[in-house]
Write a new protein. Structure first.
Length: 420
């Protein structure tokens, strides 16, 4: 990093570290203002900003209000997160800053012995994990696992290709790629190529989707000719996977409250060659337009709005933008959405409740609440549904993916069958 890049990083961090907006949104706006920056400059700035967020607990120990001293925060991120020695950063520092960096490095053993800095998790999240029975070692392992940037997972559109052939073609191009261990459709790319310009992406053969998200679609078990609903569809990653499982037949309704997210889905549908998907914006989970599907759906997927604590590899700032108060608000919303979605399922049909969270309050406890209020539902053990794709050491009837163990985002899923 050169001096100009450090100054720009400092300017970006002054905004990012207030955590009023998502870090990627702030950076995108920052780069739009700094239009003359080249690709290398943008990469250096972005990597240092995210290194700052990933090591913020350590930085805060030395710098209690880092957003007020973003230059020092950036220098600390170079040393703590990007592997640059104090000597290597010397040309960017004055003598006082250099001594401060030396002091930061000397705290290495203290950082390792304190759980918040060892795990790089805020106190509120540590307390949540402790309340659900995690010990300090489990918390530290989890925290370290989500500090690592995620690889790029893609899903092969089975309407347009077979995974083995596509994987071989990618490897023949010299890309580091391997089959995902749990999803039968997934390929993991390790060097993050510019996939949006790749012919296989442009032709709809490949779609970017985390392996954990692919497994949620797999759990729906949707088949040709059925009526299915993706109740909180977002931009449609799981919708597209379900559409491919249905071989483009039947009817798949994609509901969401955000018109923009649904609009982003439409070009993806065209690329994928799927004509059985029907996007529909709704005002909320009680929208009258949903009522026509009551008791008619063979399968309903509810990927509920949640804290996102399973996605910290991709969104490390989220743990500083969330709080216990936010989660309590989410719990009410999740219960309302799950109840409304369940009313669309026909007798004998399937309901899949999912979150991208590791917090039991959003997961198992929500299922317990639903089952206590609703008779006539049977829990389907996830192990039997995944068959040959069973995950190692999976306990209980639910799916709970752990980034450290499964190398996916931390998704949760429960599958219920309506028996009357």
């Amino acid at each position: 990093m050169n001096a100009q890049q450090l100054d720009l990083t400092t300017s970006a961090l002054a905004q990012v570290l207030t955590f009023r907006q998502p870090a990627d949104v702030v950076l995108s706006a920052f780069f739009r203002r700094e239009r003359k920056l080249g690709m290398r400059d943008r990469q250096e700035i972005a990597e240092t900003v995210f290194a700052t967020i990933r090591h913020l607990q350590k930085i805060q120990k030395m710098l209690p209000k880092p957003h007020q001293k973003p230059r020092r925060a950036a220098l600390a991120a170079l040393v703590l997160g990007r592997g640059i020695s104090v000597h290597g950063a010397e040309s960017l520092c004055d003598s006082e800053e250099k001594q401060w960096l030396i002091d930061v490095k000397e705290q290495k053993s203290a950082f390792a012995s304190d759980l918040t800095t060892a795990a790089e998790l805020p106190q509120w999240l540590i307390e949540c994990l402790q309340q659900q029975g995690w010990d300090d070692n489990q918390i530290a392992i989890y925290g370290r696992s989500v500090m690592q940037p995620a690889p790029l997972d893609v899903r092969v559109n089975t309407q347009k290709g077979k995974r083995d052939k596509i994987l071989s073609a990618l490897q023949a191009e010299g890309l580091r790629a391997e089959a995902t261990p749990f999803s039968p459709w997934g390929i993991r790319l390790f060097d993050k190529p510019a996939l949006n310009k790749h012919p296989l992406f442009l032709d709809g053969v490949l779609e970017v989707q985390d392996e954990g998200s692919q497994l949620l679609a797999l759990l729906t078990g949707v088949k040709r000719g059925q009526i299915a609903v993706d109740f909180c569809a977002g931009a449609g990653g799981k919708t597209l996977a379900m559409g491919a499982m249905m071989a483009g037949s039947g009817r798949l309704y994609a509901f969401d409250v955000a018109e923009k997210r649904l609009a982003n889905m439409k070009p993806r549908m065209v690329r994928a060659g799927l004509t059985n998907i029907h996007p529909q914006r709704i005002d909320n989970e009680h929208d009258a337009r949903i009522a026509r599907l009551k008791n008619k759906a063979d399968c309903v997927l509810v990927d509920a709005p949640c804290s996102g604590m399973g996605t910290l590899r991709r969104n490390p700032d989220l743990k500083y933008r969330q709080s216990n108060d936010n989660i309590w608000t989410l719990l009410e919303q999740q219960q309302s959405i799950l109840q409304a979605a369940s009313e669309l399922v026909r007798p004998g049909g399937r309901l899949v409740y999912a979150t991208c969270s590791i917090l039991e309050t959003e997961n198992q406890q929500q299922l317990n609440h639903f089952l206590a209020a609703n008779t006539g539902w049977h829990i389907e053990p996830v192990q039997t549904l995944l068959k040959s794709n069973v995950l190692p050491d999976m306990q209980g009837d639910y799916l709970q993916l752990n980034t450290g163990e499964h190398h996916t985002d931390g998704f949760f899923a429960a599958v219920l069958t309506r028996i009357k």
